[in-house]
Design a binder for this molecule. Structure first.
Ligand code: HEM
Length: 567
C-alpha cells in the first residue's frame, strides 16, 4: 500500500504531466514547416478570421512561404501557396494526400456518402469510377445538346427580363437575412440548376419558381448553414462533445435536420430518373446509366441517391458564380468587354449565334475565361485534402490526418508570378499560356488548378468547361453589360470589384454563410442586346432549342414534406 507521502508525490507527478501535456496542445512540432506564433491550447485558431479566410492565408504565405503550417488546437493544417507545392504534394503524392479532414457533419448530414466531403475509401473509389465514363472528356460530349439549349434559354431570359437577373433589392436582402432560407430568382442560378439536373437526373427546370427547385435550394441552404465555420462547437477537434445528448446539443439536431432535407431532394430526384427508366423515356442522363447498371457497379439505392446529390451540389453554385463574376468584371473593365466583342464581331458576326466549336477560334475569349478563374477563383481554397497516412515533404513530417489547404487565391494573386494581379487583364494569357510574368519558371504550372488536384480533382471539369465556354461566348456576343443607372440622379452606379469587403458570402444562397465560395454581393447592372439583329437571332435559337428541351421536361412531382425551418 502507498504511504501518504508517496501518494502525494504520485499525484504531483501526474498533475505536472497533465499540465505539460495540455500546455503542449496547440504548440507547433519541430518537424513541421514554420507558421504564425502559437498560443497554448488554441495554437493559431484565435488568429483565423471568420470571413475571407483566404486573404489571411495569403498574407501568411507572403511571410512564411508557399509551404507553412497552422496549429488548430492539437490538429495541424498545411497551407500550399504555389503551383510547385500543389504539384509536388497534391498531384504527385496524390496516393497519400487524397483524404478529407474528418467531419461529424459530413458523417451525419451526408451519412458519410457525399463524394466531396467523404474519406478516400472504397466507396469513394467506386463513386469516382462510376462517374468516370459519363463525365470524362468523351462521355461529357453526350450532354452538350442540353447544355447548348439551356445556355440559349439563359440568353433569352436575359433578353426579356434583364433586371430580374442580378438585382437583389433591399427588400429581398432583408427578407433573406430574416428568414435565412429564402431563395432569389436569378437567371444564372436557374441556368446552372437546370443544366445540372438535366445532365444528372434527366429533368430540367424551365422556371425557377417550383416546389422542386425550392427543395434543392432548401437543402443547399441547410448544408451551407451547417458547414459554416462558427456555426457549431469544434466537434471534430473535441469528439467528446458528441456524448452530449441531442436535447442539449443544437448542432446535432441541426445536422439531422440537414440530413432530412438532403435525403428528401436526393431521393426525389432519383425517383424522377427511375420513373423515366421504368417508362422507357430515357434521355441519356448520368443517373439513368447508373440505375440500369447499379448491381454491376455494386451500388445500393442509397449510394446512387447520394451520388446524384453530390453532383447536383457540385454544379449549381460554381457555374452560376463564375458567370456572376464574369458580368461584374466586364462592367468594371469595359476595355476588356470591348476587346472581347471586337473578336466576336470578327469571328462570329451578326448573322448567327456562337457555336461550341467557335471557342477554338476565339483566343481572347479563351484567355478571358482563364483570367476569370485567376482573378476571381470561385473556390478560393478549394476543398481541403488530408493526409491518408504519415508522410514527408521538403524534409517535414506530416502526420496522418493533417489537413492540406490549396490556397488558390494566394497562388493566383502572387505579384512575383503575375503582373498587377489585382487587375483583370486577359491579355496576360495571350502573352504566356499560364498568364505568368516573363522570366517566371512555369514548368510546374497548369491552368486547371481551380478544379482541384490529384485523385480528388473535380469530376465535373469537362461538363463545367463546356458550360463556361458556351456562356462566355454567348454573353459576350449577345449583350452589352454596363453599370445600372440610378433613377434619382440619372448617373451610373459604379461597381467596385476591387473592394473585397464586398466579397465573402454566397449572397444568393445564404447571406450568412462564410467562405464556402467566392461570391459577389448582389449588384445591379444594365444588360442590353448588342443590336436588333442579335435579339432576333436569340429568339430564333430559343425556338429551335425546343426539340432539345422536350426530352428533359416532365410534369412536377410532389415532394415529401420536411420541417422547413430548423428549430
Ligand atoms: C466552375 C465550375 C467548377 C469548379 C470551379 C469546381 C471546382 C471544384 C473543386 C476545387 C473541387 C475540389 C477538388 C479537390 O479536392 O482537389 C471540386 C470537387 C467536386 N466537384 Fe467541382 N467544380 C465545378 C463544377 C462542377 C460540376 C459542374 C460538377 C458536377 C456535374 C462538379 C462536381 C464535383 C464533385 C462531385 C466534387 C467532389 C470530388 C471528390 O471529392 O472526389 N463540379 N470541384
Amino acid at each position: 500500500m502507498l504511504t501518504f507521502s508517496a501518494s502525494v508525490a504520485f499525484f504531483a507527478v501526474l498533475l505536472t504531466w497533465i499540465i505539460w501535456k495540455l500546455a503542449r496542445i496547440g504548440q507547433r512540432e519541430s518537424t513541421l514547416p514554420p507558421g504564425p506564433p502559437t498560443v497554448a491550447l488554441l495554437g493559431n485558431v484565435h488568429l483565423l478570421p471568420t470571413q475571407s479566410i483566404w486573404m489571411k492565408l495569403t498574407e501568411w504565405a507572403r511571410e512564411y512561404g508557399d509551404f507553412y503550417s497552422l496549429k488548430l488546437g492539437s490538429d495541424t493544417a498545411i497551407v500550399l501557396t504555389s503551383m510547385k507545392a500543389v504539384k509536388e504534394l497534391l498531384d504527385q503524392q496524390s496516393g497519400l494526400t487524397s483524404d478529407r479532414p474528418k467531419s461529424y457533419f459530413a458523417e451525419t448530414t451526408f451519412e458519410g456518402l457525399h463524394a466531396a466531403t467523404m474519406s478516400y475509401n472504397n466507396t469513394l473509389r467506386l463513386f469516382r469510377k462510376t462517374m468516370q465514363p459519363m463525365l470524362n472528356s468523351s462521355g461529357a460530349i453526350q450532354h452538350q445538346p442540353i447544355q447548348i439549349a439551356e445556355a440559349t434559354q439563359l440568353m433569352h431570359d436575359l433578353l426579356h427580363s434583364p433586371n430580374m437577373s442580378l438585382l437583389l433589392d433591399l427588400f429581398m436582402e432583408i427578407l433573406i437575412s430574416l428568414t435565412n432560407h429564402q431563395r432569389v430568382y436569378t437567371h444564372l442560378e436557374r441556368y446552372s440548376t437546370s443544366v445540372t439536373t438535366s445532365i444528372v437526373f434527366g429533368k430540367r427546370f424551365p422556371e425557377y419558381d417550383c416546389a422542386e427547385v425550392e427543395g434543392i435550394f432548401q437543402s443547399l441552404n441547410a448544408t451551407a448553414r451547417i458547414f459554416e465555420p462558427g456555426a457549431h462547437p469544434p466537434v471534430d477537434q473535441l469528439p467528446i462533445l458528441n456524448y452530449i445528448p441531442d436535447r442539449w446539443a443544437k448542432w446535432k439536431r441541426m445536422a439531422k435536420w440537414g440530413n432530412r432535407l438532403v435525403r428528401r431532394i436526393y431521393f426525389h430526384l432519383l425517383s424522377v430518373a427511375e420513373d423515366r427508366v421504368r417508362d422507357g423515356k430515357e434521355n441519356g442522363s448520368f443517373l439513368e446509366g447508373v440505375i440500369k447498371r447499379r448491381e454491376e457497379y455494386g451500388l445500393t439505392r442509397r449510394e446512387v441517391a447520394f451520388l446524384g446529390g453530390v453532383l447536383l451540389e457540385g454544379g449549381v453554385h460554381t457555374t452560376s458564380l463564375f458567370l456572376q463574376w464574369m458580368i461584374l468584371s466586364l462592367i468594371a473593365f469595359p476595355e476588356v468587354q470591348k476587346k472581347a466583342q471586337e473578336e466576336m464581331d470578327r469571328v462570329i458576326g451578326q448573322e448567327r449565334a456562337p457555336r461550341l466549336e467557335d471557342f477554338a477560334d476565339l483566343p481572347y475569349c479563351r484567355a478571358l475565361v482563364n483570367e476569370l478563374h485567376r482573378f476571381r477563383p470561385v473556390a478560393p481554397i478549394s476543398i481541403p485534402h488530408a493526409m491518408l497516412d504519415d508522410g514527408t515533404y521538403r524534409n517535414c513530417f506530416l502526420l496522418k490526418g493533417t489537413t492540406l489547404f490549396m490556397n488558390a487565391w494566394g497562388i493566383y494573386h502572387d505579384p512575383d508570378v503575375y503582373e498587377n494581379p489585382e487587375i483583370f487583364n486577359p491579355d496576360r494569357y495571350l502573352q504566356n499560356e499560364f498568364g505568368a510574368k516573363p522570366g517566371v519558371d512555369v514548368s510546374d504550372f497548369r491552368n486547371n488548378i481551380i478544379f482541384g488536384s490529384g485523385r480528388r480533382i473535380c469530376p465535373g471539369i469537362h461538363v463545367a468547361n463546356t458550360s463556361l465556354a458556351l456562356n462566355a461566348m454567348n454573353l459576350l456576343w449577345a449583350f452589352h453589360f454596363s453599370p445600372a443607372i440610378d433613377s434619382n440622379t440619372g448617373k451610373p452606379v459604379p461597381v467596385n470589384i476591387l473592394d473585397l469587403k464586398n466579397v465573402s458570402a454566397v449572397s444568393f444562397v445564404n447571406p450568412n454563410s462564410k467562405d464556402l465560395f467566392l461570391a459577389p454581393k448582389s449588384f445591379s447592372c444594365s444588360i442590353k442586346p448588342r443590336s436588333v439583329a442579335h435579339a432576333a437571332i436569340i429568339e430564333e435559337e430559343f425556338l429551335a432549342a425546343r426539340t432539345a428541351f422536350e426530352k428533359f421536361e416532365s410534369a412536377p412531382k410532389e415532394l415529401e414534406r420536411v420541417d422547413e425551418v430548423f428549430v
